[in-house]
Design a binder for this molecule. Sequence first.
Ligand code: DX5
Ligand code: ZN
Length: 215
Amino acid sequence: MSHLVAPSVLSADFAHLERDIELINNSQADWFHVDVMDGVFVPNISFGFPVIKALKKYAKKPLDVHLMIIDPDRYTQAFKEAGADVLTVHLEACTHLHRTIQNIKALGMQAGVALNPHTSISLLKDIIADINLVCLMSVNPGFGGQKFIENTYTKVTELKELIHQKNSKALIEIDGGVDLKNYKKLIDVGANVLVAGNTVFGSEHPTETIALLKN
Ligand code: DX5
Ligand code: ZN
């Protein structure tokens, strides 16, 4: 399978959201990456259900929703109704991660687990076979446009090995600081999904930048 590219809506122009949605629709991007922040789990607040529902109305590609919120179980149903196709929760935010994953899948969504940069891959050992995606944070979550953390390459290699050992089908997603200098190496070590916010929307020609990340 060739890798997927998921532009992060967090870096879009919210005053021209429909224009930026069409840009992604008409590009080689595979998913919309949608960052939800609660101001508690991360030191920032992004957007919630009304914006995601509006996005869903125009998006012609799956919504990859990344929850940076505490106690996400309260809202899994609501995110399904808002239009999430992939729903990713943070391992650090879930006391009963196994239950959360089962809930997400029972609602008909793909279940993802995100790890902060300091969180060890080994903590996924007993859950990796149950999940569809692992989102490796390559910056500390909360903001777009931060610098890529180099230790991510080692984590991708470790995760790939664990996925293989446990016969898991989980995709490896990289989120934070992905750019035109590091994306090739990320693919080479085993990344399957590249999230890119600032690299896409901060560039002069976003459609071409998506094509570069894709090919
Ligand atoms: C960070 C978010 C990312 C962010 C990535 O907390 O989870 O998805 O939008 O943005 P860039 O690609 O600019 O680092
Ligand atoms: Zn994200």
